[in-house]
Design a protein around this ligand. Structure first.
Ligand SMILES: [Zn+2]
Length: 291
């Protein structure tokens, strides 16, 4: 090999390295370019990898199977009316985490026991699930995570997880991804979009849109008794109630026969919850003298 050929090869290799590095040189501050790097497939991979960790962190799934399949049924019905019905959605009720609901990228949606026990109707449950479905469909989750931990860390987590097929919660990067998933702060615009698109999904699915206003009122009342986790991750409901009322009056007021589902919710959610409470209260309490 002549000196000239060696030089040409070296230049070629160097060029390739530079090209490779520049395509990976991600500035975590700028928005669109990074979001394009994060494909919708990665949303699904991230959700799949982190959902077991999130579930574990929030006390695991509630054991009441009937309640779980009911939540899933309501969620699937609404999801069939959203702009990404092709995604595989997973809905579940978790034991802990205060009164709250959350969405992970890729279609993993959770509602907590403390929130479920405050709601009264299926339409109210539908409003919570439709709001969270919008965060998934519009990919608000990924945008919020990239603001919280930076797109570089997010991409790293998705790639590491894709390579190993699973993720270990004790790895520092994984811990920060998990932490951000548990405390996702959406922008006000994203929250408004989730409310209004959610209102549209739930109405198309046949639910009374007033259920969303009732949910806001329930949470607002709850907030005056004790601060709820819902408000650490969602904006205050006052202004939301105003625009929801406007939207219902202009778009949905003429629709009739929409479902509230009070009896269904009582049977499928509130009854099992009170059963559990009864069982818990019936358990013999070990007195200190018996020890
Ligand atoms: Zn939200």
């Amino acid at each position: 090999m002549t000196r000239r050929t060696i030089l040409a090869v070296l230049v070629l290799v160097l060029g390739l390295v530079v090209a490779l590095l520049s395509s990976c040189a991600v500035d975590p501050v700028t928005g669109d370019q990074h979001l394009m790097l994060f494909s919708p497939d990665k949303d699904i991979a991230l959700g799949r990898q982190y959902s077991p960790l999130v579930e574990k962190e929030l006390g695991g799934r509630m054991p009441e199977q009937g309640l779980q399949s009911y939540i899933n049924q309501v969620g699937q019905r609404i999801a069939s009316f959203c702009q990404r019905p092709d995604l595989s959605y997973h809905f579940a009720a978790l034991e802990e985490g205060g009164a709250n609901a959350l969405a992970l990228p890729g279609g993993y949606i959770y509602v907590t026991r403390d929130l479920l026990k405050e709601l009264k109707t299926e339409a109210q449950l539908a409003s919570v699930l439709s709001h969270e479905i919008t965060h998934v469909v519009a990919r608000h989750t990924v945008a919020a995570m990239s603001r919280q931990i930076g797109m570089t860390a997010l991409l790293g987590a998705a790639i590491a997880g894709s390579a190993s097929g699973s993720v270990r919660g004790d790895v520092p990067a994984a811990a920060s991804v998990l932490g951000s998933l548990l405390t996702l702060q959406y922008s006000r615009e994203d929250e408004t979009e989730a409310d209004l698109a959610g209102l549209s999904y739930m109405t198309q699915a046949g639910y009374d849109p007033n259920g969303m206003i009732e949910t806001m009122q329930i949470l607002e009342k709850l907030q005056t008794i004790r601060p709820t986790e819902f408000f650490s991750t969602h904006p205050n409901p006052e202004s939301r109630i105003t625009y929801l009322q406007d939207r219902i009056a202009t778009r949905y007021a003429s629709l009739g026969g929409l479902k509230k589902g009070e009896e269904e919710y009582r049977q499928k959610v509130l009854a099992p919850l009170s059963e559990r409470k009864k069982r818990f209260n019936a358990q013999p309490v070990e007195s200190p003298s018996e020890k």
